[in-house]
Design a protein around this ligand. Structure first.
Ligand SMILES: Nc1ncnc2c1ncn2[C@@H]1O[C@H](COP(=O)(O)OP(=O)(O)OP(=O)(O)O)[C@@H](O)[C@H]1O
Ligand SMILES: [Mg+2]
Length: 255
């Protein structure tokens, strides 16, 4: 009986499929169309993209091509008009706003170009608040340690208005990564910074990625920075125009 089975055509091994690594991000057919005075604007026109767990993707493209919109879709902050978003095995469509907020809190860190710090809170409080919401008893200790890690241990009690742009961006980064997200989304995190300060922020982001295997989607106009990622995804007019392999972290050292 056994010999008979073995002699037949090789059975398909479904377990091999099941054990194949699942992408951390799976986007299929993503469209975003928003009404405007001039009629419906088609911002994203069918994006299909998988990002592997632990991968760093540089997202590039001309102004208005839809990069920030795609990042907002990935963060669950913008609902696509069509298509499916899956992050860490969860499909966003079935989640209401509260479920999405909880999922984001536990899995996704976002760094916005314009920092988005709370003006009435100190650096320490800005980083600690999401940890407190997550029920972390050590929220303030952890926040202090994260700020220390980005070189701001001496600025814990400063309000955003008392911090330089680079310092505010580092607070925003500390806040985004404090809860140990699987996925870090960054929208031109160095766009408002001078070269040296921007390089320091990027070093922090890549160090995190290397140390903890954090998956990274990084929007940038900086060619060297995009090249330092594992893949470079180029958007144009709301579509993926090309996907190219990156050149490795050496691309940053070379500049
Ligand atoms: N709420 C909105 N309503 C209508 N159109 C919008 C809205 N938000 C964005 N857009 C349009 O969608 C397009 C894509 O915007 P998006 O911010 O995603 O571009 P981007 O690639 O991030 O550009 P940049 O490099 O300038 O930041 C732009 O043409 C923009 O004007
Ligand atoms: Mg943008």
């Amino acid at each position: 009986m056994r010999a008979h089975l073995l002699a037949g055509p090789a059975p398909r091994d479904f377990r091999m499929d099941a054990s194949a690594p699942q992408p951390l991000i799976a986007l299929s057919g993503i469209e975003v169309s928003l009404p405007s005075e001039a009629g419906l604007v088609h911002i994203l026109r069918g994006i299909d993209l998988d990002v592997a767990d632990g991968e760093a993707v540089g997202l590039v493209g001309p102004s208005g091509s839809g990069k920030s919109t795609l990042l907002m879709v990935l963060a669950g902050l913008e609902r696509p008009t069509a298509g499916e978003v899956r992050v860490a095995g969860r499909t966003f469509a079935g989640m209401d706003e509260d479920a999405l907020a909880l999922f984001r809190r536990d899995n996704i860190g976002v760094v916005f170009q314009s920092f988005h710090l709370i003006a009435t809170m100190t650096a320490l409080e800005n980083v600690a608040v999401p940890l407190e919401f997550a029920g972390r008893r050590d929220a303030f200790d952890r926040a202090g340690a994260e700020l220390e890690a980005v070189g701001l241990g001496h600025r814990l009690g400063h309000y955003p208005s008392q911090l330089s742009g680079g310092e505010q961006q580092r607070v925003a980064l500390a806040r985004a990564v404090a809860a140990g997200p699987k996925l870090l989304l960054a929208d031109e995190p160095t766009g408002n910074l001078d070269g040296a300060t921007g390089a320091a922020v990027i070093d922090l982001i890549f160090a995190r990625h290397a140390r903890l295997g954090t998956t990274l989607v990084l929007i940038t106009h900086d060619v060297a920075l995009a090249s330092a990622c594992d893949r470079i995804v180029q958007l144009k007019d709301g579509r993926i125009e090309s996907i190219a392999p990156g050149a490795g972290r050496g691309a940053l050292a070379a500049r």
